[in-house]
Write a protein that binds this ligand. Structure first.
Ligand SMILES: Cc1ncc(COP(=O)(O)O)c(C=O)c1O
Length: 390
């Protein structure tokens, strides 16, 4: 397994901090928005005498709350279609394990969320990449190109929508295309919809749960980490209307006993009580940050990326030969008034060797003011790096 490109430069960031340099973290999707207060109150109210194991599929209150949350978007699922997982991470792993045997293949559009690599390795699954390009905003390539990767070992197509690391939101037409492909080739469609509430510019999110005719072929992976700024709660969920898939996932769930018990009470409270205002404010906050990113990087010669449509990431082509060397140099050799900026090199988000080497991923998870500072430092660093190193 490769080291995570999101975390592998952390020791260098720590060394920079130890030497007195402040570091702006644009490398990791860790929201800075406070976790809703009601979460903590709900935890306190639920504190039992014994912090016991819970049901393997998660507590009924939370599964019901999730079904209600989806019904607000007009998506009809039953609480029995939901299995609570230890983060969206475990949902991805369970989806691979439930749909594939050892040596089977899952088609995935690169660049993709880098940890899919790790889960695929753990499940003995081969991720087969189909490349999407920065030039067309990382939207899907032609149907023929996708179909050319399908073999008798292919079991599923995996998408992340809205996308980490690119911020791309797939159109209804693109999802229809995928629906046709999976029906034609008898495959599952796995969709990581962790960022489903983060679609900008008045756009709306279409879940694969809404696509007609493929109800028994779709598996959604979801999480409260980003939606409720609760990354440390380690709670996600897997949704399927296919009983056989759910039975397989439940067996995996039983093997790991249960997801975190206490956090589930807090999560059930949040799902039930947060108003539309919470979601609207969160969306506005990230959309503004996206706009700051566009403004700050608009005038930089040699940088290329299209406006991200959702999530809170952008994959950006830089005018450097090796973006990893640049990202490392920003931590080891550069500071601007005692501060520097950490980004993730994008090559680790690709499966095809050699791709993405001149790209970085930025997570715009800081306040507008901090974002502006962090990006100014990045631009300054880029100038110095190009003049003195490359
Ligand atoms: C696309 C995507 N899927 C899954 C995850 C994992 O989320 P969790 O914290 O719920 O395990 C992340 C986390 O960054 C993500 O970006």
């Amino acid at each position: 397994m490769q080291a995570s490109p999101i975390r592998k430069l952390v020791p260098y960031a720590n060394a920079a901090k130890a030497a007195g340099t402040s570091v702006y973290h644009l490398n990791i999707g860790q929201p800075d928005i406070p976790t809703p207060e009601g979460y903590w109150n709900a935890l306190k109210k639920s504190m039992p005498e014994v912090l016991a194991y819970g049901p393997s599929q998660g507590i009924p209150e939370l599964r019901r709350a999730i079904a209600t949350y989806y019904s607000r978007s007009g998506i009809s699922i039953d609480e029995d279609d939901v299995i609570i997982t230890t983060g969206g991470s475990e949902a991805v792993y369970f989806a691979f394990m439930a749909t594939c045997d050892h040596g089977d293949e899952v088609i995935c559009f690169e660049p993709f969320y880098t940890n899919y690599n790790g889960f695929a390795s753990m499940a003995g699954v081969n991720l087969v990449p189909v490349t999407s390009s920065v030039e067309n905003g990382f939207h899907l390539p032609d149907t023929e190109e996708i179909e050319s990767k399908i073999t008798e070992k292919t079991k599923a197509i995996l998408i992340c929508n809205p996308n980490n690391p690119t911020g791309t939101v797939l159109s209804p037409e693109e999802l229809q295309t995928l629906s046709r492909i999976i029906q034609k080739h008898d495959l599952y469609l796995l969709s990581d919809e962790v960022y489903r509430d983060f679609v900008f510019d008045g756009g709306s999110h279409l879940s694969i749960l809404e696509l007609p005719g493929i109800e028994d072929r779709v598996i959604v992976m979801d999480s409260i980490s980003k939606r409720f700024s609760s990354c440390g709660a380690r709670l996600g969920n897997l949704i399927s209307r296919n009983k056989t898939v759910l039975d397989a996932v439940l067996k995996l769930g039983q093997a790991r006993l249960c997801p975190p018990t206490l956090a589930q009470y807090g999560a059930a409270w949040i799902y039930h009580h947060l108003s539309e205002d919470y979601y609207d404010n969160m969306l506005k906050t990230y959309q503004n940050r996206r706009n700051v990113l566009m403004e700050e990087l608009a005038d930089v010669e040699g940088i290329f990326f299209l406006k991200p449509e959702g999530a809170f990431y952008a994959t950006i082509k830089l005018p450097v030969k090796d973006a990893e060397k640049f990202a490392l140099w920003m931590l080891t050799d550069f500071q601007y008034n005692g501060e520097t900026t950490m980004v993730s090199p994008a090559a680790g988000f690709y499966a095809t060797p050699g791709l993405g080497v001149d790209q970085i991923r930025i997570a715009y998870v800081l306040s507008d003011e901090k974002m502006r500072k962090a990006l100014k430092i990045l631009k300054e660093g880029l100038k110095v790096y190009r003049d003195t190193v490359e």
